[in-house]
Design a protein around this ligand. Structure first.
Ligand code: SAM
Ligand code: DTB
Ligand code: SF4
Length: 329
C-alpha cells in the first residue's frame, strides 16, 4: 500500500533513485495510477508580471540585473492586463494561473497592493491563483491568502550543500523560512528545483529528501531542467539528458505520491516521446504561456502542446482535486 510518508531516509531515496530506469519508471507509474488519473495533466499558465532587474545573483537566472543577458526589463504590469491574460488562459483550458515577479522579496508598498488586486481579480475568474515573488513574511503571506491566493511557488532549487555554489545573496534556510510562512498562512506550497546546475546525484537526492521530509509535502513539485541563458555564469553547462528528468520525476512521484509533479523548464528542448516518458514517470502538470515564453526563455507552443496531448491521449485537468488513493492494496 502506498501512503504519504515524511520520514524517508537518504538511503531509501538513494535506493529508489538509482534503480534501473525501467524498474524506476514502472514503480513510479504504479504509484501514479494509485493516486491520480493518469490521463489528466494540469495546465498552468505562467506570466511574468515584473521582468528582470533583480538584485539577486542566482547564477542560472536571466533576470538577475548583474548579468548581461539582453532581456527587456519590464516594470509591474497593470491589474487589467493581467486579468485579461488570465481570462484568455482560462478560455484555452488552463486551470491554474501563476504570476512571477523578479524580486528578491516582497516589500509592503504599492506594487504589493497591485499584486493583491491581481490575485483577487484572477481568483474571481475561478482559476487557482499562484504567485512567485521571492521571500515573503508571515504577514505578507496572510494578506495574499486573504486576497484569494491558492498557491505560492518558492523553489529550493538544489541541495543545501550546492546552494551556496549557485546563489550567494540568500541562503537555503531563507528559502525554508518562506515556505514555513506560506504554510502558516494556509496557502498551498509549490516547491521543487532545477537539475543541470552542475550538481551531483547526491545533491539531487538531498534536495528531494528535504522536500519529502517537510512536515507536509508541497502540493506541487516543479522539476526544471536548467534553461541555459546567455550571459549567466551557467550558460555553458551541458544540456540535461531527458533520462535525468525522467529519473528525477519518477523519484519525486514515489516519494510524494499525492503531490502534483510539474514538468517545468526544459520542455521546449524535449520531443513528444521524451515528454511522454516524463508523464509515464508521474509528471501530471505543465507550464504554458500565451507568449510561448516561460519567463525570459522559450517554452513549447500551445499548439504543439495540444498535438502532444492528442498523441499521448492526455487531457487538461479541470481543477486540482483533493487527491485520495483509489486502491488500498
Ligand atoms: N524571484 C523569485 C524567486 O526567485 O523566488 C520568483 C521568480 S524565479 C524566476 C522562480 C524560479 O524559477 C526559481 O526559483 C528557479 O527555480 C526557476 N528558474 C529561474 N531561472 C531558471 C532557469 N534559467 N532554468 C530553470 N529554472 C529557472
Ligand atoms: C518554476 O519552477 N519554473 C518556472 C516557475 N517556477 C516560476 C520558471 C522557469 C523559468 C525558466 C527560465 C526563464 O524563462 O526565465
Ligand atoms: Fe531574482 Fe528569482 Fe531570478 Fe533569483 S531566480 S535572480 S531571485 S528573479
Amino acid at each position: 500500500m502506498s501512503t504519504v510518508r515524511n520520514d524517508w531516509s537518504i538511503q531509501e531515496i538513494e535506493n529508489i533513485y538509482h534503480q534501473p530506469l525501467l524498474e524506476l519508471v514502472y514503480q513510479a507509474a504504479t504509484v501514479h495510477r494509485n493516486w491520480h488519473q493518469p490521463n489528466e495533466v494540469q495546465v498552468c499558465t505562467l506570466l511574468s508580471v515584473k521582468t528582470g532587474g533583480c538584485p539577486e545573483d542566482c547564477s542560472y537566472c536571466g533576470q538577475a540585473a548583474r548579468y548581461h543577458t539582453g532581456i527587456t526589463v519590464k516594470s509591474l504590469m497593470s491589474k487589467e492586463d493581467v486579468v485579461a491574460i488570465a481570462q484568455r488562459a482560462k478560455d484555452s483550458g488552463s486551470s491554474r494561473f501563476c504570476m512571477a515577479a523578479a524580486w528578491r522579496e516582497v516589500r509592503d508598498n504599492r506594487d504589493f497592493d497591485t499584486i493583491l488586486e491581481m490575485v483577487e481579480g484572477v481568483n474571481e475568474l475561478g482559476l487557482e491563483v499562484c504567485c512567485t515573488l521571492g521571500m515573503i513574511t508571515e504577514s505578507q503571506a496572510q494578506r495574499l491568502q486573504e486576497a484569494g491566493l491558492y498557491a505560492y511557488n518558492h523553489n529550493l532549487d538544489t541541495s543545501k550543500d550546492h546552494y551556496k555554489e549557485i546563489i550567494s545573496t540568500r541562503t537555503f534556510d531563507d528559502r525554508l523560512d518562506t515556505l514555513t510562512n506560506v504554510r502558516k498562512a494556509g496557502i498551498t506550497v509549490c516547491s521543487g528545483g532545477i537539475i543541470g546546475l552542475g550538481e551531483t546525484h547526491e545533491d539531487r537526492i538531498q534536495m528531494l529528501h528535504t522536500l519529502a521530509t517537510l512536515p507536509k509535502h508541497p502540493e506541487s513539485v516543479p522539476v526544471n531542467a536548467l534553461a541555459r541563458v546567455k550571459g549567466t555564469p551557467l550558460e555553458n553547462l551541458p544540456k540535461i539528458d531527458s533520462w535525468e528528468m525522467v529519473r528525477m520525476i519518477a523519484t519525486a512521484r514515489i516519494l510524494m505520491p499525492a503531490s502534483m509533479v510539474r514538468l517545468s523548464a526544459g520542455r521546449v528542448e524535449m520531443t513528444t516521446e521524451e515528454q511522454g516518458w516524463c508523464f509515464m514517470a508521474g509528471a501530471n502538470s505543465i507550464f504554458t504561456s500565451e507568449t510561448d515564453e516561460l519567463l525570459v526563455t522559450p517554452n513549447s507552443r500551445l499548439e504543439d502542446d495540444r498535438k502532444m496531448f492528442d498523441v499521448l491521449g492526455l487531457k487538461p485537468m479541470v481543477k486540482e482535486k483533493t487527491v485520495q488513493p483509489n486502491v488500498t492494496a
